[in-house]
Design a protein around this ligand. Structure first.
Ligand code: AMP
Ligand code: GLY
Length: 423
């Protein structure tokens, strides 16, 4: 089969690495890709959110199956458009992608189907939102309704902070159209875990659990990022907790979407808060996590591609995936300044040595090759991963590889996995 992967980050490098190894994959193309993906696939300079150009590319290259990495083209209807020209794809329709594309849609859906989630209200008028905040008090959570590249959520510790978040989203339009409407939520306390499941519209298949670190600073402090590191399995995700999440959140979501006439196909990435009252859904993403995917593919023993095809065509009910017992942990190396302004163009050395160290794998995110040199070309630049019999050993393996990399314009957190290794 000819396969096209859409995207160019660490997640897509992980998907490309797994899919290139599949006996079903004859030719692998990636748009736009990066320097690491170029070792697995032919990279074509088409942007991941240019739906028209991606459909043309898939037709020109006689693609049989498209795997969509990021959320923007999903919400933008890429899978529907490919379907209309007879090309199969992994990922939800635009309507089903609203589970991520509109927080208000997701909250109403959960309320209608009895899926446990924070209490909430939706607002289109800032004055009403502020009145609600004053009535409820802090802490309270303010979310832009639409896609805001992970920046649209404020967990406000004070009423003033919450009101400022309302103004930023609705009046200053910090997130453009995405903040025209907002959701205000009860603040949940607990430990977070990410659960991934494939769905084919009717059946679902749970993948391994993972935890990520969103904050840029050690001890989980400072501004939120796309994710500074992740590990799998997540010790908090005991079989009993996973079973609850599967039965109380994942299965009713797949059934509820089908019942509402919007069958969900693709991957459901559930961000869960484990509260004293049990697991509650914080958010759905309609795509794989980045950097969680990097650790999932390292642990996957089975061929990923047939599972992605089954999610798109049906037949997941009969599917089983096998996993390594080994744990995996990935440390993100980012350009200094990220998630604020950062410089591009610095050279990275030592990748081969790092990748050759025991249990290690290097996933590229924002990289490009220039005259045989590896150059930083984004905020999150590398995912340096390690594996071992426990998360603690995977952590040692990952940081051994990090230490082999020579990149003075980069930084990383030194405490990825601290929750899992503290005992
Ligand atoms: P989201 O993009 O909705 O996952 O939100 C980003 C982060 O904000 C989550 O990973 C949580 O750490 C936090 N968050 C979101 N919703 C809530 C909530 N209702 N209570 C507490 N923290 C939240
Ligand atoms: N690492 C979190 C995300 O992919 O949204």
């Amino acid at each position: 089969m000819n396969i096209l992967i859409v995207g160019g980050g660490g997640r897509e490098h992980a998907l490309a690495w797994a899919i290139a190894a599949s006996p079903l994959c004859d030719k692998l193309i990636c748009a736009p890709g990066n320097a690491g993906i170029a070792q697995e696939a032919e990279c074509v300079a088409v942007a991941a959110d240019d739906v028209d150009a991606l459909v043309r590319l898939a037709q020109d290259k006689k693609i049989d199956f498209v795997v969509v990495g990021p959320e923007a083209p999903l919400v933008g209807g890429l899978v529907d458009r490919l379907g209309a020209v007879g090309i199969r794809a992994f990922g939800p329709s635009a309507e089903a992608a609203r589970l991520e594309g509109s927080k208000g849609f997701m909250k109403d859906f959960c309320a209608r189907h009895g899926i446990p989630s924070a209490a909430y209200a939706r607002f289109a008028m800032p004055e009403n939102a502020k009145a609600y905040i004053r009535d409820r008090g802090a802490p309270i959570v303010v979310k832009a309704d639409g896609l805001a590249a992970g920046k649209g959520v404020t967990v406000a510790e004070t009423i003033e902070e919450a009101e400022a978040a309302v103004e930023a989203a609705m009046q200053a339009r910090a997130f453009g159209k995405a903040g025209a409407e907002i959701v205000i939520e009860e603040c949940l306390r607990g430990e977070e875990v990410s659960i991934f499941a494939l769905a084919d519209g009717e059946n679902h298949l749970l993948l391994a659990s993972a935890q990520d670190h969103k904050a840029v600073g050690e001890g989980d402090t400072g501004p939120n990022t796309g994710g500074m590191g992740a590990y799998s399995p997540a010790p908090i995700a005991t079989p009993a907790l996973e079973a609850r999440i599967e039965h109380e959140i994942i299965a009713p979501t797949v059934a509820g979407m089908a019942e509402d006439g919007v069958p969900y196909r693709g991957v459901l990435f559930a961000g869960i808060m484990v509260t004293d009252e049990g697991p509650k859904l914080l958010e759905f993403n309609v795509r794989f996590g980045d950097p969680e995917t990097q650790v999932l593919v390292m642990r996957l023993k089975s061929d990923l591609l047939p599972a992605l095809i089954a999610a798109s065509e049906g037949g997941l009910g009969h599917f089983d995936l096998r996993w390594h017992d080994n744990a995996a942990l990935v440390v993100v190396m980012a350009a200094k300044g990220y998630p604020g302004a950062y410089a591009k163009g610095s050279e990275i050395r030592g990748i081969e040595e790092a990748g050759g160290s025991e249990g290690a794998m290097i996933f590229h995110a924002g990289t490009k090759e220039e005259n045989g040199r590896l150059i930083a070309a984004g905020g999150r630049v590398l995912g340096v991963a390690g594996s071992g019999p426990s998360v603690a050993e995977a952590q040692v393996s990952a940081y051994r590889a990090v230490d082999a990399i020579d990149w003075d314009q980069g930084f990383c957190r030194r405490d990825i996995g601290w929750r899992a290794v503290k005992n």
